[in-house]
Ligand binder design. Sequence first.
Ligand code: NDP
Length: 343
Amino acid sequence: MSTVLVSGATGFIAQHIIKQLLEKKYKVIGTVRTDAKGQHLTKNFNNPNFLYVLVSNLATPGGFDEVFQQHPEIEYFLHTASPFTLSDDNVEENLLKPALAGTKEALTSAHAYGKNLKKLVVTSSYAAMGWTYLVDKSIPDDVYIDEASWTDIPWDVAAKSDGLTAYIASKAHAEREVWNFKERETPNFDLAVVNPTYVYGPQAFDSDVTEHMGETSEIINRIIKLQPGETPHRDRGLCIDVRDVAGAHIIAMERDECTDKRLLLFNAAFSEQNFLDLVHKFYPEQFKNVPIGDPKTTQATLTKTFWGDIHNEKTREILKQDWYSHEKSVKDILEQIIRVRGL
Ligand code: NDP
């Protein structure tokens, strides 16, 4: 039975990864920031093959040393932890520094002490690929984005900007560190990177359906709380189901053809109007007070979801995953919320 270390085990994506790893009979060690969080996860996973360790701050030098020293059996490391907030508050300290330092520390500890480590998979983001024009708004007509594309937002620009720009830059700078580390240190283990767009889908456990949820889950949560007369925000983008993102991490870990790859994950486009349409299509009774918005505009809101012409054919060819349909993902999210809130 192989052992997998998963950083940020409390995360929306990480919990699905761990669930799938346990189903596949891996032994999982998850890092968490507090005992209370670790105990909560232990109760939810309810599986003797899951255990947690404390890594209270991603940026602490040598933060992952002890777990590798105490668990030389670790063969795979999925580094998902990274600050994910779009708050404008002190973005250099709260976003940029911990994202970069966390990735550096994960790589450094793995290199120094991961005696049996075969592969390290890092959760990056589409943010690291296609957002250069966020700062310089002069967008060329012919932007083409694929697995080779990079977001280029200098650190000092990001450090003085809003939360969204800083989050995006944090992912790009952290991922650059992965590939620079490989060049510099030639570690004994393999590397792969997963770059999802917006990740959505049901929570791994009903107990995570809370009043306010993580950044992306909150988009639908906010929509179903709209009052008559209120209009949806303008959030839109490309998206992928969390269960497929979790599966892609495991494929990236298991298969040699994913080594040294950046796996760009998206399967559909969404807009808030599109979510409203699906809310009323699947559960008209439960959400009868939610406004319908302007369904005539749905197609237009979906057409231009991100800048540029975006391609992930190479990723699809490598992963060969059967991804959840967009409608199924949205239906499953709503179904879980209805069940938990007794709507
Ligand atoms: P969550 O916010 O649910 O999970 C983030 C995880 O990182 C949590 O376990 C959190 O711990 C941990 N973490 C954050 N900051 C620190 C820190 N300073 N020290 C220690 N641990 C920390 O986010 P997601 O599951 O959505 O995201 C997971 C990864 O996927 C991130 O790297 C994110 O950038 C990336 N991603 C997410 C996308 C999405 O749409 N959701 C899209 C593309 C990429 P705690 O619970 O204690 O706060």
